[in-house]
Design a protein around this ligand. Structure first.
Ligand code: BG6
Ligand code: MG
Length: 217
């Protein structure tokens, strides 16, 4: 049993898919005559697809039947998948493969902890699936971030105590979920937005192996 485990969020930490979510939601928003901006998209980070649509309908002041709601969820995902289909390794965020390789060489267990139901397909597209000992995603959880469920399942599957897990997250809801699970939270992105994190880095290029060694120790 390893003493520490590393858990990575996917969207915004491993790959920059927020832009594709944005384009797909914007297309739906246009149909609803709502001007969906990048600022609105911030509210969607780390949030489940269902909750995103609820927020969008609220913003657009649109009421939907269950059937319409489900149809819009499907439509948005079809548009999103069209972008994913074209993804390749060039869309991996800087230094992510280096960090994963470093952990693999040290035999540190690695999990994915993502809200996305498309997580496995995306990891396959960018050829990173083999680094992960376990994938916990939107298909495995009942409660969405900021609930800690996704990270607690990941820790259990890695066989690592929750307080020995380190979580990388780009979303406020994700940092809150990691903190609620009593894990070490590392914010990737804007330190002001992710001020609740234990540590902050703009991206993995800022981190360096000395910091990783410190975490492992
Ligand atoms: C999260 C994203 O990782 O996954 C959210 O940050 C997204 O923006 C959520 O809504 C669900 O993704 P999907 O792929 O299941 O629609
Ligand atoms: Mg994210």
């Amino acid at each position: 049993m390893s003493t520490v485990g590393f858990i990575f969020d996917l969207d915004g930490v491993i790959v920059d898919t927020a832009k594709y979510h944005y384009l797909a939601w914007k297309k739906l928003a246009n149909q609803l005559n709502f001007d969906f901006t990048k600022e609105h998209n911030e509210l969607f980070k780390g949030v489940s697809r269902k909750r995103c649509l609820e927020i969008l309908l609220n913003l657009a002041e649109v009421e939907a039947t269950h059937e319409q709601f489900d149809r819009w969820m499907i439509e948005k995902n079809i548009d999103y998948l069209a972008y994913i289909e074209k993804m390749d390794e060039s869309e991996i965020l800087p230094d992510v493969p280096e960090v994963l390789e470093y952990l693999l060489k040290k035999n540190i267990p690695i999990a994915l902890g993502s809200a996305s139901k498309n997580a496995r397909a995306i990891l396959e597209k960018v050829n990173l699936l083999h680094y992960f000992n376990t994938i916990v995603d939107g298909t495995n959880v009942i409660k969405a971030k900021p609930d800690p469920e996704v990270f607690i399942i990941a820790a259990n599957q890695l066989g690592v105590a929750t307080n020995k897990c380190i979580v990388f997250e780009d979303a406020v809801a994700g940092i809150q979920a990691a903190n609620a699970a009593e894990m070490i939270s590392i914010g990737i992105g804007d330190a002001q937005i992710l001020s609740e994190a234990d540590y902050n880095f703009k991206d993995f290029t800022e981190m360096g192996t000395t910091f990783l060694e410190k975490l492992i120790a």
